[in-house]
Design a binder for this molecule. Structure first.
Ligand SMILES: [Zn+2]
Length: 564
């Protein structure tokens, strides 16, 4: 330690002895008169920030930062607004959501079923006759005062003769008769993992229930958007995330996403048109997972890419055989061969130094996954690879301890905002008080990052997710997680920035507002630290910078968007 401290002290003296304004580099831009939550180690709050070459030059008092301004420096007056490090979702399916964002309807954040049906009515009027109208998950009846989903009759009334597909989470789909005809579904059609409801005479009613693969089966029958629409949708979706203060995602492909589907984001990247930093992962949708991974990674060594688009490993399912569904409490019985296959992929990844990010909804699955990771670790230490498990809403202390021992990360999402009632029933009210046990994990020193698992099982809004981190409530207001396991405001913010950066090996480059790090930040609509907790979900950005470039601006900052 002494060896390191001496040169730092010497450097400090040298700087103090020189006239600061004469030597300090001049900022391209300064932001003044703000409440800048830097999230540095000392939790400093600054009033101003200086930016040069897309990176933070300094954060400090207005007086100090003004000294960094030269003749050509842009000066932005924050008017007392709060600034936070750019938010990063540590587990999201953003690339998949972007593909359809320009053409698909969404009920995410829609306040009532009546309004949802209005959107379908409008789409029926404004889109070409005969084309599909699709709502691909991302909503629950709990967000509606009606407390129910649509009926097929209501969908037909809203869009007569049109094929309409409405999916709720991964449990129900409503399909109109025109849609059933186009999908060529009959009463005897085999529906993978699910079933179609039938009326007294044995005809399909248009209501279908099932699991993930059931809905992948249906959506594969709906023609996707054109490539141009995919690129436009991705661009538009990234801007929507920027509007919510987001500057980065840790992305997972998920069901229905294939290698060719990465072309849209690659196109934005090659045009220099990325407004969001994307760490992407690859997964296999086939039964020959290990062979797929071997082939897919031949041309993508770990960390290939740049700070806007980079390959960061495999996930969120190493193999399909051990998948335990999207909530706790589902039947789960993988066989010995499934585990063998899973461990073979994990071992292969460890041998190549590949990061692994694995799905486990339940502690039961996580326990078995850790058996395998610990066995792999005996031969090949995995600590430096920062392997991760996502979800585990009912994680036991033992699971968290085992993850900590392997230097793993735990990605927590606000999935219970939507599915809280289902999990509350499965776990009971007492166990739900610690769903998930965030404080316990933080106290252990485990790396815990936040996110949403959007787009089909939760809304993508980071502030809705942070509100849930703070108060643990289901979307209808039902209390669930208790205060003992809920982080405070700064901890929740760290989970969405600095901790999330660790998950993508980026903590030295972003996640806090400190000199040398990227100027990735969001100026907020209200003060995150002091608004009532129930208002946290309504926050958004009025200005978002990625690498010092304004990727979103509104109100007094609207003219800055796209600059410099
Ligand atoms: Zn998952």
């Amino acid at each position: 330690m002494t060896n390191r401290l001496v040169p730092i002290a010497a450097l400090a003296l040298a700087v103090a002895g020189a006239p600061a304004h004469a030597q300090a580099p001049v900022a391209d831009m300064i932001l003044v008169n703000g409440k800048v939550i830097t999230l540095d180690d000392a939790s400093s709050v600054a009033q101003a920030i200086a930016i040069r070459d897309g990176k933070i030059l300094a954060a400090g008092s207005v007086e100090d930062i003004r000294k960094r301004a030269g003749a050509g420096t842009g000066i932005i007056d924050l008017g007392g607004r709060t600034v936070v490090p750019g938010l990063m979702d540590s587990h999201i399916h953003a690339l998949r959501a972007g593909l359809t964002y320009a053409v698909e309807l969404s009920w995410i954040g829609v306040p009532s079923l009546a309004r949802g049906l209005d959107l379908i009515r409008e789409a029926a009027r404004t889109s070409p006759p005969g084309t599909w109208i699709k709502i691909g998950g991302g909503w629950t009846e709990l967000q509606f005062p009606e407390k129910r989903g649509p009926t097929v009759e209501e969908l037909v009334a809203a869009a007569p003769d049109r094929p309409v597909y409405v999916q709720r989470l991964y449990n129900t789909a409503w399909i109109t008769p025109a849609g059933i005809r186009l999908m060529k579904l009959a009463p005897d059609t085999e529906i993978p993992g699910g079933k179609g409801e039938k009326d007294a005479s044995g005809n399909l009613t248009g209501v279908f229930t099932g699991v993930n693969r059931t809905f992948n089966f249906f959506t594969a029958k709906i023609p996707g958007p054109s490539f141009t629409d995919q690129v436009a949708g991705t661009r538009k979706y990234f801007r929507e995330l920027n509007r919510l203060g987001m500057t980065a995602v840790n992305d997972f492909p998920g069901g229905g996403m294939f290698p060719e589907d990465f072309r849209a984001v690659q196109t934005l990247w090659s045009r220099g048109d990325m407004t969001l930093r994307v760490a992407f992962h690859i997964s296999s949708n086939s039964q020959h997972t290990l062979d797929d991974f071997k082939a897919l990674t031949l041309f993508t060594p770990m960390n290939f890419g740049d700070d806007m688009l980079r390959y960061r490993g495999i996930g969120e399912s190493l193999t399909q055989g051990i998948y335990d569904g999207s909530t706790v409490g589902l039947p789960y019985n993988p066989g010995a061969r499934d585990w063998e296959e899973f461990c073979a992929v994990a071992k292969w990844a460890a041998e190549r130094g590949i990061n692994v990010h694995q799905h486990a909804a339940s502690d039961r699955a996580a326990t078995k996954i850790l058996d395998c990771f610990e066995a792999v670790n005996k031969d090949i230490p995995i600590a430096a690879m920062r392997w991760q498990i996502a979800h585990i809403e009912n994680a036991s202390d033992d699971t968290l301890r085992r993850m900590k021992a392997l230097n793993m990360g735990w990605a927590v999402q606000d999935r219970l905002v939507y599915s809280g009632q289902i999990v509350l029933k499965a776990l009971g009210p007492e166990a739900s008080m610690r769903a998930p046990p965030i404080k316990t994990a933080l106290k252990m020193g485990l790396h815990v990052a936040a996110g949403t698992d959007s787009d089909q099982v939760a809304p993508y809004n980071p502030f809705v997710s942070i509100r849930w981190l703070l108060d643990g409530k289901v979307i209808d207001g039902t209390p669930m997680r208790g205060p003992e396991e809920s982080p405070d405001r700064e901890e929740a913010l760290r989970m969405y920035s600095r901790n999330a950066a660790w998950f993508t090996f980026d903590e030295a480059r972003r996640g806090s507002l400190e000199p040398g790090k990227y100027a990735d930040l969001a100026v907020l609509s209200d003060d995150y630290m002091t608004v009532p907790v129930e208002k946290v979900g309504e926050l958004h950005a009025v200005l978002t910078l990625v690498g010092g470039r304004a990727v979103y601006g509104e109100g007094p900052f609207a003219a800055l968007e796209g600059k410099p």
